[in-house]
Design a binder for this molecule. Structure first.
Ligand SMILES: NC(=O)c1ccc[n+]([C@@H]2O[C@H](COP(=O)([O-])OP(=O)(O)OC[C@H]3O[C@@H](n4cnc5c(N)ncnc54)[C@H](OP(=O)(O)O)[C@@H]3O)[C@@H](O)[C@H]2O)c1
Length: 239
């Protein structure tokens, strides 16, 4: 079984890669700029699981050259979209390039990739697609208006696409975290993160390994009957 993990060089992506490798998956480890982290992950996984394949794949999702990614992918049973970025600023301060970046990385490129890889996912009648969305796709956040917009679009896309491909055995779901302790939140001060923590009923941020557990369930599940869902994973926050 082969899975493509977009954003394997990120914290949630790397956590997911470790979990799926432990379950016996061979992995395409996608990265954009952080080659070092993928080299480290590759070394770690290859020595721990010598009978599985681990294949680094580079692709910048701000480019429009999806063929560059596709040429690196052969057999495929699952895709996890764990890449992402955000800009923490007022809508009026965002420029067009930032709008395009959010749209391309979270929505347009995943759709282009799925269009091209759908046949491979359908081959064994057991394809699995999991997006990492966000609670902000449901609730919306000031200072992250466009990020909230694309995360909402991600859930809408999953709703619709799940219906189109269920008969092919493919399931499509979204894991939508609240606040997760990853480098994406590095720009927030310790005090800011402490204040967020106090707002979360579970009284802590999630960690990447917990997200990976849920992703693992969604790619492993035996049937495609659980599909088109957005599962909020937020410790009771903002729900
Ligand atoms: N952390 C949170 O609190 C939180 C909460 C809810 C949802 N999420 C979502 O979870 C997902 C993963 O977030 P994370 O916290 O793990 O973030 P992270 O550690 O910052 O990782 C981000 C990943 O996205 C990749 N990426 C960024 N720009 C890219 C581009 N232009 N082309 C291709 N890949 C690109 C990065 O690749 P390189 O490093 O190789 O460039 C990296 O692998 C995102 O979709 C995020 O929106 C996070």
């Amino acid at each position: 079984m082969y899975a493509l993990i977009m954003g394997s060089s990120g914290d949630i992506g790397a956590g997911t890669a470790k979990k799926l490798a432990d379950q016996g998956w061979s992995l395409y480890l996608h990265y954009n700029k952080n080659r070092q982290r993928i080299d480290d992950l590759y070394q770690q996984l290859s020595s721990k699981y010598p009978h599985q394949d681990f294949i680094p794949v580079q692709y910048d999702m701000e480019s429009d050259q999806v063929d560059h990614l596709l040429s690196q992918i052969y057999g495929l049973d699952a895709i996890v979209f764990a890449q992402g970025n955000t800009y923490y600023k007022l809508l009026v301060d965002m420029d067009e390039q930032e709008l395009d970046s959010l749209w391309n990385i979270h929505i347009k490129q995943p759709i282009m990739i799925l269009k091209e890889l759908q046949d491979k996912l359908a081959t064994k009648h057991h394809g699995r697609v999991v997006f990492i969305g966000s609670i902000y796709g449901k609730i919306g956040s000031a200072m992250e208006v466009v990020y909230s917009t694309v995360k909402g679009a991600m859930s809408s896309f999953a709703d619709a696409y799940a219906k189109e491909v269920a008969s092919l055995g493919i399931s499509v779901n979204v894991v939508a975290p609240g606040a997760v302790d990853t480098k994406m939140n590095n720009e927030f001060s310790k005090e800011d993160l402490e204040a967020v923590k106090e707002d979360i009923p579970a009284n802590r941020l999630a960690n990447a390994d917990e997200i990976a557990e849920l992703v693992d369930y969604l790619v492993e599940m035996k049937s495609n009957y659980l599909t088109g869902q957005t599962i909020y994973f937020a410790g009771g926050w903002l729900l």
